[in-house]
Ligand binder design. Sequence first.
Ligand code: SF4
Length: 495
Amino acid sequence: MAIYVLSKIAGYANELAELARAFFPGTIVKIAAEDSNEFTDKSLVIKCHYKRTKGHVEIRIEYEGAPKGGGSLSQEHEIDVNLSSIEEKRLVKNYMKLMLYQLLEELTGRSLEWGALTGIRPTKIVHGLMDKGLDKDMIIKTLYDDYRVSGKKATLLLDIAQVQRPYFKDNHPRKISVYVNIPICTTKCLFCSFPSATIDRCAHLIDDYILALDKEMKVLSRLAREQEMEVETVYIGGGTPTSLNVNQLEKVLKAVDKYWGYQEWREYTVEGGRPDTMDKYILRLLKDYNVSRISINPQSMNDRTLRLIGRNHRSDQIANCFHMAREVGFDSINMDAIVGLPGEGVDEALHTMEEIKKLYPDNLTVHTLAIKRASRLKESIDDFETTEVKEAEEMMKIFYDGAASMGMRPYYLYRQKYMLGNMENLGFSFPSKESIYNMQIMEDQQTIWAFGAAAITKVCYPVGGRIERAPNVKDIEQYIDRIDEMIERKTRLIK
Ligand code: SF4
């Protein structure tokens, strides 16, 4: 069976298709035109209609074809004419998603823990409701009424929002985070969809890349000082920044220090990522430049999986690197794990969690595998054994329980498209060891000035939650060639 979503309204079809995908994991879901000739008698065709007349909106969702003939759901809504077009669009989209959810729930006899929520930042909704003064029970009720979010997920969101709020209370428009992107890795992971180049392909560009990065930060840091920007956190991510050689990495650290070190930051993270890119010398270098937090990401502690996903290291190297980082003095180390990697099941998740527990990192981020279009995994999915949704849920529970048994609590959450079992990515932390950057940026609470290829600068306006973006080009060579244009684009947004 294939599912087709027909919606004439630009910007709605993607989210409606995402919702259909959540109900029918593994089924092809496409956005199509009304007169498409792709439909067969095995297709399920979902049609979304919308008509607006003088503050009155009529929405109808119907389906035809497999698996059960046809059906429809229609509702009419009064839309406040005083709403801005953006707010009206948001409202109509939410109604549409909720109606499609109800229709698919009836059709499949199943309900989803995240209900009709397809956006990536569900905690943001909870912060909005808290800002309006709603109490816990009213927030849980609203999340159910408006999105059909289960009580369990609503409580999780509330717990997370409560951990985050003290970190957000002193936010102001001049408080920002700085992100520096090093989109370079030693090898490309099977599941990776990031625009990150392997070092063997871009080694000849790295020196020029660092020069361009230096120029971009130099111009913008001048502006930051003029505007009296307060830098709360700095994050050097990627890619794997520690794929650079020591001299190159030091140039980046020096530049960051020179341009943004006009005041002290609360947090300075470098994403080490892979243990085969970090030795004692690199770790000491990071420490010398006052990096306060690093990541050493196993993804899995099973050697067979590490080989399969294209990592150049074994699990014992992860443990050795972790111990080395502790010896050098890092007292804030994050580890990432992924649920649903090819060939993994409950036993592998149990092993990974047990090994992580032995190390006792300060943060643990548990991702659900998302099979994205730009990944090698998507291209060759038929060659791999994929995890069933039920099993993925059990695996996720192993990590939740494991993190809780260590004394960690969830502190940030986000969702992505194409996630296995329509689940979530969840960050755990010991109290007071939470990553400020992750919370501020994932919740769109703070403006981020971002540098390097594929980096996206976002300005968050406190009024109405408006966000404006200035993305840099993704390709390293293009970024170097067009650096002046990148600087101008960003300056125009920020000024
Ligand atoms: S380390 Fe991260 S950025 Fe690099 S290839 Fe793997 S998933 Fe992609």
